[in-house]
Every structure is written in C-alpha cells, then in structure tokens.
Design a protein around this ligand. Structure first.
Ligand code: COD
Ligand code: ATP
Length: 197
C-alpha cells in the first residue's frame, strides 16, 4: 500500500525546502505549483479560458501568461482569485490524481503531494496523512520579502490570501516547525516519516 502524504504550509513557509529533503530520501513528490504552471502553457485548455476571462492584457509579448500581472490582480481581489482558481484547480487536481495513481501502480511505499492550498481547497480526501510546514508570521513575511523582492504590502496580500498558518496547525496530523535551522527541520521530517512509512 502506498502512503500518500499531503505536504502543506503557507507561502514561503518552507514547503519546497522540505520537499527537496523528501526527494533526496528517494520519495516521489508531486508538486501542485509545478503542475499549475504546466496546465497554463500556451494552447492548453486552462490557458484559453484564462485569456477569455482575463483578456489579452495579462499576456506577455510572447503570448505566455504574465504571472506578475496576474498575481497582482488576483492577490488584491478575491473575486478575481476565485475566477482563476475555478479554471486552474480542476486541471491541477486531475494531473495530481494521475501521478498518484502511477505511484500506486508501481507499488511505491509512499508519495508526497505538495499542495499549498490543501486545506483551503478541501483536498484532504486525496491523502492519508497531512504534514504542515510551519513558521511564525514575522519569519514568513521576512522570508517572502527576501526571496521574491516583494514590498511588505505585496507580501502581506499574498499571506492574507491563505488560511493563517496558526489555523492550519489545528488541521494537520503532524507539524514541522521551520523557524529554526535546516538541520533541525530535517531531523523533524525524518522522525515523522519514520512514524508513517
Ligand atoms: C497567480 C499566479 C499566476 C502567480 O504566479 P507566481 O509565479 O507569482 O507564483 P507561484 O505560482 O509560484 O505561487 C507561489 C505561491 O503563491 C501561493 N498561491 C498561488 N496561487 C494562489 C491562490 N490562488 N490562492 C492563494 N495562494 C496562492 C502559493 O503559496 C504558491 O506556492 C499563480 O500563482 C497562479 O496561477 N495561481 C493560481 C493557481 C494556484 O492556486 N496555485 C497554487 C496551488 S495549485
Ligand atoms: N529553516 C530555514 N532557515 C532559513 N531560511 C529558510 C529555511 N527554510 C526555508 N528558508 C528560505 O525561506 C524561503 C521560503 O522557503 P521555500 O521556498 O521552501 O518555501 P515554500 O513554502 O515552498 O514557498 P512557496 O509556497 O511560495 O513556493 C526560501 O528563500 C528558503 O531558502
């Protein structure tokens, strides 16, 4: 039986950091952010729908999506965000399920789904266990501003578009505290995996 683990967190809480540690342990990670980029490539059904709904203004000169422009639009307007989610999320879900099925067929011991909006989008039915990468809000804000070069206002809009991490704590089966060093995070991760797999 394949144990399917839902890895989640908030923006810049450290999901990719933990997901890279998981990959190094030889476990497959299915990445919702990566898939969400693939399903909006030129000519894909979601791309065409986005252009229909948001107009050609959100395209770059080479006709690919202008992610900066679309981000500025949807993180400051929850109605626009829901419109985008409605187009992109079903496509992401379909592809994630396809990749999990592949792992099951191969008889993998475990597979990890890295889904930022696991709780918000009520996707816990897809997984057996939920693992939250947690940081406190000042650390999240600081790491996000530093990594993406956002202003404090831009970073806060993005953080506020998600369920607060302190609320996600109550929903997760296990929590990794990523406020400390990477070594400390790795130790916590290995302890959780040992328990589940
Ligand atoms: C708005 C877009 C174009 C901005 O692209 P950009 O390259 O700047 O960001 P990226 O895709 O790398 O996302 C970074 C992080 O933002 C957060 N985020 C992205 N979309 C959303 C959303 N709809 N609601 C809340 N948080 C979100 C996630 O924590 C994600 O890890 C892009 O995020 C997007 O297409 N979002 C809709 C799809 C989605 O919900 N993706 C996230 C999980 S599937
Ligand atoms: N324990 C840590 N100590 C210091 N910096 C860290 C730590 N963990 C992660 N970081 C840094 O914080 C930033 C956010 O981490 P990461 O990219 O892994 O988050 P994420 O949750 O995947 O973000 P997103 O959802 O936006 O893709 C990165 O710049 C990363 O290098």
């Amino acid at each position: 039986m394949t144990v399917v683990i839902g890895l989640t967190g908030g923006i810049a809480s450290g999901k990719s950091t933990v997901s890279n540690m998981i990959k190094k342990l030889g476990i497959t990670v299915v990445d919702a952010d990566e898939i969400s980029r693939e399903v909006v490539e030129i000519g894909k059904p979601a791309y065409n729908q986005i252009v229909d709904v948001f107009g050609v203004d959100i395209l770059q000169q080479d006709h690919t999506l202008d992610r900066g422009k679309l981000g500025a639009l949807i993180f400051s307007d929850h109605k626009r965000r829901e419109q985008l989610n409605k187009i992109v999320h079903p496509e992401v879900r379909k592809e994630m399920l396809r990749q999990v099925e592949k792992e099951r067929k191969q008889g993998s011991r475990a597979a990890v789904l890295d889904i930022p909006l696991l709780f918000e989008s009520k996707l816990t039915y897809m997984v057996d266990k939920t693992l939250l990468v947690y940081v406190d809000e000042p650390t999240q804000l600081e790491r996000l501003m530093q990594r993406n070069g956002y202003t404090e206002a831009e970073a806060k809009l993005r953080i506020q578009s998600q369920l607060p991490l302190k609320d996600k704590r109550k929903l997760a089966d296990e929590i990794i505290d990523n406020n400390g060093s990477l070594e400390n995070t790795q130790t916590q991760l290995e302890a959780v995996l040992k328990k589940w797999i």
